[in-house]
Design a protein around this ligand. Structure first.
Ligand SMILES: NC(=O)c1ccc[n+]([C@@H]2O[C@H](COP(=O)([O-])OP(=O)(O)OC[C@H]3O[C@@H](n4cnc5c(N)ncnc54)[C@H](OP(=O)(O)O)[C@@H]3O)[C@@H](O)[C@H]2O)c1
Length: 267
């Protein structure tokens, strides 16, 4: 018998002594075969989206992305292994073709601007995506939302109203397969044109310190300033696990849970 685990082939053929695995030594076979999974990343050409595409490819998934501009300009070889669709979530019909045969969706679509624009991109566009995905029979949908930031919620009210409206739509339409990640600031290397911004120089040390200081977030008015930043590779890892592992619990995953899940071994 042959089983795959973490993309390694283990032989359990008892006729071959050299390959024989005693029951107590053998790892429990992983019944998931991730290569059969087809994942669509909405906004796969953005900061978080590119990291999610890479993480999913490394796990052997078939990966496609949809965004208004399609394939990003980066030359990295992994990008050749993603199917890049162009489409605008504000015109839901333009995403239908990208959903064919898709098992799970991760949405990284979001943005800033006027309050009405922020509501459209973080809310309307993603609500359209949830509805189209559910219509096409998608069973798992992960939405990259955002942690509450006290007073900032009021200043960016269109952004947060949009985020929460999408969360409500997702938990209503996909109560058992909708996962909402709520990171605070996400650090990593962000590309802006040809430039690379190393956000981890500040983000990583703050993450180290603040992940153990949850109590500080309860200080009135300024508590949310102590929400730990989280690395983009951690967000990507948890998002892909949430999208492909049916045992991953549905609902809201806060910053601290993102950090915890990211430290677990990937399947
Ligand atoms: N970065 C952070 O620190 C942070 C923190 C907390 C939460 N988040 C959330 O995480 C998500 C990803 O953030 P990010 O920093 O990776 O953002 P980003 O780099 O700006 O990526 C946004 C993506 O959305 C796509 N997009 C925008 N409008 C679209 C539309 N109408 N239809 C289809 N695609 C559209 C963009 O591609 P096109 O322009 O080609 O369409 C891009 O791929 C967002 O929802 C954001 O709110 C980010």
């Amino acid at each position: 018998m042959a089983v795959f685990r973490n993309r390694r082939l283990l032989s359990t053929n008892s006729n071959r002594k050299d390959n024989y695995l005693k029951a107590e030594e053998a790892e429990i076979p992983d019944v998931k075969l991730p290569s059969a999974e087809k994942l669509l990343v909405l906004g796969g050409n953005g900061f978080v989206g590119t990291h999610i595409c890479r993480e999913a490819l490394e796990r052997g998934l078939t990966v496609s992305s949809l965004s208004r501009s399609g394939r990003p300009s980066l030359q990295d070889s992994w990008a050749d292994n993603v199917v890049w669709h162009q489409g605008d979530l504000l015109s839901p019909d333009s995403m239908k073709h990208a959903l064919t045969g898709v098992n799970s969706v991760i949405s990284c679509v979001g943005g800033f601007g006027s309050n009405s624009h922020m509501y459209k991109i973080n809310g309307t566009a993603n609500i359209n995506a949830v509805r189209a995905a559910v219509e096409q029979g998608v069973k798992r949908f992960v939405y990259i939302s955002a942690a509450d930031f006290g007073l900032i919620n009021y200043i960016l009210r269109g952004y947060y109203a949009g985020k929460r409206a999408t969360e409500k739509e997702l938990t209503t339409k996909l109560p058992y397969g909708g996962v909402i990640l709520r990171p605070g600031f996400i650090h990593g290397t962000r590309r802006v044109g040809q430039m690379k911004l190393p956000l981890s120089i500040i983000g990583a040390p703050l993450e180290m310190i603040l992940q153990h200081a949850k109590l500080l977030t309860q200080i009135p008015l300024i508590g949310s300033l102590f929400i730990p930043p989280v690395g983009v590779t951690s967000v990507a890892k948890v998002a892909v696990t949430a999208a492909t592992d049916s045992a991953f619990p549905p609902g809201i995953v806060d910053v601290y849970s993102i950090l915890q899940h990211s430290q677990r071994k990937s399947t």
